[in-house]
Design a protein around this ligand. Structure first.
Ligand SMILES: [Zn+2]
Length: 559
């Protein structure tokens, strides 16, 4: 209790004493456990979540796996010296977010995590930014399991990942099971989850806990989840998160949830209310629901969460909890109009072995991404508050590239698929990946003029402000009361019996953003070319790109 006594402010103290002294009953079977009666055992759980490609520190030296390893190594040594045991867990979403990592399918991230000694991770929705073949490759890079009890193979009803793993620590049997948000099917690209079923988390948790109890008879059950922390269980339109899970299980079934997905520091101001702006380095009281501790360490490896438990006579009691900032910095005013950066807590040295492992990847990633592929004259508009409301020159340039690759008549994508702008000057692969980070493929299909009316009607009905809002190229539509009454392709009136070729990305063709499913049409062709590669080649062939050549022409006339 030292940390809590010394550093938590008095407002929370009485609540804390009550909550921290609460301990969860566990399911010890005297016939198989070997721990000693009346002997306290220390069990420390370290955790991170939503890493999102941050194997390397950012431009001002915050986070990164090299500094994270230093912290974990120190705690590991400290715990071992006291005769305790440690588990290091991740709440998932390792993939996607930094071009250097994305270009390498997060290889440095997984190999770095392995070197730090992770024991298990939850499968997050962003693991499905790749298809299962890439995920299987990533599993080979690590010695720890990707856990998810609720992802099934649709065809044979078997689980796609290991549901749980048992750790035996000094005779104490600890079961860790995994869960993945059942929102994954609407968040992931349809092609990457083809054949997979994401079952509801609470019934699957009950099922796997029953399996674990019967087969393993553990002393302690923990969950690693990627479901989100929604205070007081208010998950809105999202799938239920950790609070709903903890409340829905019989009290005592689950000791702790190491979570992710909502990307918050789960530090409570009072029961059922999270601190909105958590100050790095300040005390953190995790959530507790129905006897289950719920923790989450914000995102990107900004913190390592540390929970020190005492296991005594079959009961687990939390002694200490903290979020350890990994080289997080704040701006401090010098008083003379200038500012400087200071650590919130203290500087953490980067582990040199980890730097040796990661540096070649960082250089490889940077080399691949820093090559100039062409020049831009002017500005291509890709800001979120523009591309989800109106046609922009960025939308037109991207569509021109997809049309050029497919010889299509028209092109269509949604505004949500455009993620950044481009400024005048050199264009690198990194710049392109910022605009198109999702790794979708360029596809095309043919429609008769008649079918084209129906298809475009769905597209034009997508409301401004939504990610689904459509960008069109080579199309002019006349709308009356919202209905398309006249249609031109490349300036020519559409003939109902003629066929027209449409270029888009596989995400939309598979029904993403609520577009008509066109990937089952006999004329559908997936070129297999990545969007960013197609754009790169288009820019190489057409450099310098003049932004003025891509000003949107009037594509929608409303009467
Ligand atoms: Zn997520």
């Amino acid at each position: 209790m030292k940390y809590l006594r010394s550093s938590l402010c008095t407002i929370f103290r009485s609540w804390l004493v009550v909550t921290l002294l609460f301990s969860s009953p566990v399911f010890a079977d005297a016939t198989i456990t070997t721990w000693e009666k009346d002997k306290p055992y220390q069990i420390t759980i370290l955790h991170t979540n939503d890493h999102h490609g941050r194997f390397w520190h950012n431009d001002i030296g915050e986070y990164g796996l090299a500094a994270q390893k230093t912290v974990v190594d120190e705690i590991r040594a400290e715990v071992e010296q006291k005769g305790g045991q440690l588990l290091l867990l991740s709440g998932g979403d390792i993939n996607t977010g930094v071009p250097e990592s994305d270009a390498l399918n997060a290889e440095p991230d997984f190999k770095g995590m392995n070197k730090i000694g992770y024991d298990a991770m939850a499968v997050g929705n962003h693991e499905f930014d790749h298809d299962l073949s890439v995920i299987r490759e990533q599993q080979k890079w690590v010695d720890f399991p990707f856990l998810s009890a609720n992802i099934y193979n649709k065809q044979n009803g078997t689980r796609v990942f290991e549901p749980y793993k048992i750790f035996n620590k000094q005779g104490i049997k600890i079961a860790v099971f995994g869960l993945t948000t059942d929102d994954t099917p609407i968040l992931a690209s349809p092609k990457n989850i083809d054949g997979l079923e994401f079952r509801k988390t609470l019934p699957e948790a009950k099922k796997v806990i029953a399996e674990i109890k019967t087969r393993e008879k553990p002393d302690v059950i923990l969950a690693v989840t990627h479901m989100g922390h929604y205070p007081d269980g208010n998950h809105g339109s999202m799938a239920p998160g950790d609070v709903t899970l903890a409340r829905g299980l019989p009290a005592g079934d689950l000791d702790m949830i190491v979570g992710g997905h909502s990307q918050n520091p789960v530090c409570m101001a009072k029961p059922n209310q999270r601190i909105t702006h958590y100050e790095p380095g300040s005390p953190c009281v995790p959530d507790q629901q129905n006897g289950t501790w719920i923790v989450q360490a914000h995102e990107w490896g900004k913190y390592v969460g540390r929970a020190d438990f005492i296991f005594l006579n079959g009961k687990l009691t939390l002694q200490n909890y903290q979020l350890i900032p990994i080289n997080l910095k704040k701006e401090v005013d010098n008083g003379n109009g200038t500012k400087r950066l200071e650590y919130y807590t203290k500087e953490i040295a980067q582990n040199s072995e980890m730097l040796d492992l990661l540096t070649p990847y960082q250089e490889k990633g940077q080399q691949q991404l820093s090559v100039v592929v062409g020049k831009l004259e002017g500005y291509l508009e890709g800001a979120r508050d523009k591309v989800r409301y109106q046609q922009t020159n960025m939308g037109q340039m991207l569509l021109a590239a997809f049309i050029a690759r497919t010889n299509a008549d028209i092109g269509i994508i949604s505004g949500g698929m455009i993620r950044d702008s481009m400024i005048e000057g050199n264009i690198t692969y990194r710049d392109i990946l910022k605009v198109e980070p999702f790794g979708n493929s360029v596809v095309y299909f043919d429609l008769t003029g008649k079918a084209l009316f129906d298809y475009l009607q769905v597209a034009v009905d997508k409301k401004p402000g939504a990610g689904a809002y459509a960008h069109f190229r080579n199309v002019t539509m006349t709308l009356e009361n919202g209905k398309i009454v006249a249609l031109k392709v490349k300036g020519q009136p559409v003939q109902l019996d003629k066929t027209y070729r449409i270029a888009t990305l596989d995400y939309l063709a598979m029904g993403g953003d609520g577009y008509p499913k066109t990937d089952t049409l006999p004329t559908y062709v997936n070129t297999g070319y990545l969007d960013a590669d197609v754009i790169k080649q288009y820019i190489e062939h057409n450099s310098p790109i003049k932004a003025s050549d891509y000003e949107p022409t009037e594509s929608i006339i409303r009467r």
